[in-house]
Design a protein around this ligand. Structure first.
Ligand code: COA
Length: 219
């Protein structure tokens, strides 16, 4: 079995640990060794697994190859954490729940570190970047591109021919109709219907989704 750990011991981190258990039920692939997190107020044991340390300690880990996924939903924070990981032992797996329905791998590409949880349906001619999170029961239609570090909360529906740039966050239940572009570092509110393309660096909400504010592309 390959050793695996999770960066981010919050609620989604614990859900990813459950995802790893469910992958193992089909095929005993992973030995889960614990969590990393920069929050020093967390308990030392989280649902029976140890808090292994912070980012600095992760970079000092030297016990051989260690797989790691980043279970942090906010794209801008996720990118910052991943850019600071310099440990040569760390590898980034793709985690896919056994009940996710994904088209032929000849026509669907998925980047390293991407997490696809239960109930997702991803059809064909789709490119998903690195360190993307597709939380529970999302759908992704044909000819769609999803950029690195983007995160989709539960039950987001992406129609066909949608181009989603890097570091986009889409809130739970949002719907994105076909032939839409969503710019880099943009946030789509829960329940929004994106019926027109959205620019970079904005927060858009409502039906149809409209930008309500703009923000920086850095922390
Ligand atoms: C869109 C969102 C990111 C905005 O957060 P924010 O930047 O902190 O903005 P605020 O909460 O200050 O809201 C700004 C305004 O937009 C409204 N608003 C916020 N979210 C909205 C939404 N999803 N739909 C419609 N209006 C929304 C607020 O009521 C507020 O209106 P007001 O100015 O008239 O009072 C957030 O509300 C959201 O929808 N997050 C997604 C959460 C989610 O999916 N979580 C999943 C966890 S698994």
């Amino acid at each position: 079995m390959k050793k695996i750990s999770i960066f981010g011991a919050g609620g989604f981190g614990r859900e990813v640990q459950m995802l790893i258990e469910q992958i193992n039920e089909n095929n005993k692939e992973w030995e889960f060794i614990g969590y990393w997190d920069d929050n020093d107020k967390l308990p030392l044991i989280i649902n029976d697994f140890p808090l292994l340390g912070n980012l600095e300690q992760l970079n000092e880990y030297n016990e051989g190859d260690l797989y790691l996924v980043c279970a942090v939903a906010e794209p801008i924070i996720k990118e910052k954490i991943l850019n600071r990981i310099s440990n040569k032992y760390i590898k980034f797996p793709i985690l896919i729940h056994p009940n996710a329905l994904i088209g032929n791998s000849k026509y669907v590409s998925i980047g390293e570190g991407t997490i696809i949880t239960a109930g997702n349906i991803i059809t064909t001619n789709i490119e998903i970047g690195k360190h993307v999170i597709l939380n529970l029961s999302c759908t992704v239609g044909h000819d769609t591109l999803i950029g690195d570090y983007s995160s989709f909360m539960p039950t987001v529906n992406i129609s066909g021919e949608v181009n989603i740039y890097k570091k986009v966050y889409v809130g739970t239940g949002a719907k994105i109709i076909n032939l839409i572009e969503i710019g880099e570092n943009t946030i789509v509110g829960a329940g929004a219907v994106v019926a027109k393309s959205l620019p970079d660096n904005c927060t858009a909400v409502g039906i149809p989704a409209k930008p309500i504010k703009f923000h920086k592309n850095e922390l």
